[in-house]
Unconditional design. Structure first.
Length: 92
């Protein structure tokens, strides 16, 4: 199976009322390399017209974006999803 196929096996309980990661795009706009667009294993950070676009719905809760972001304390509000929400890993 490809990585995309393996990721597709996982199930997500998306919390539509409370995002567990909030990206402050005005701070991201100042970041030169935008490593989140390369490092997120779920490819949730994308560049559109030079601006970061992000959707937390497919998040694997790995913490890579928080670890790799040079402005993480200012640019990201990161916490695990509330109980009952988030990724449910399936190992095929
Ligand atoms: Fe992507 Fe991991 Fe950050 Fe979720 S925690 S957005 S999967 S890098």
């Amino acid at each position: 199976l490809t990585i995309e196929q393996l990721l597709g096996i996982n199930k997500f309980a998306v919390d539509d009322d409370q995002a567990h990661i909030i990206v402050k795009k005005e701070i991201c706009a100042l970041c030169l390399n935008k490593p989140c667009t390369f490092a997120c294993p779920a490819n949730l950070y994308k560049l559109k017209d030079g601006q970061i676009s992000f959707d937390y719905a497919g998040c694997l809760e790995c913490g890579t974006c928080r670890a790799i972001c040079p402005q993480a304390t200012a640019a990201l509000s990161w916490q695990y999803p509330r109980g009952g929400f988030g990724v449910n890993f399936r190992y095929g």
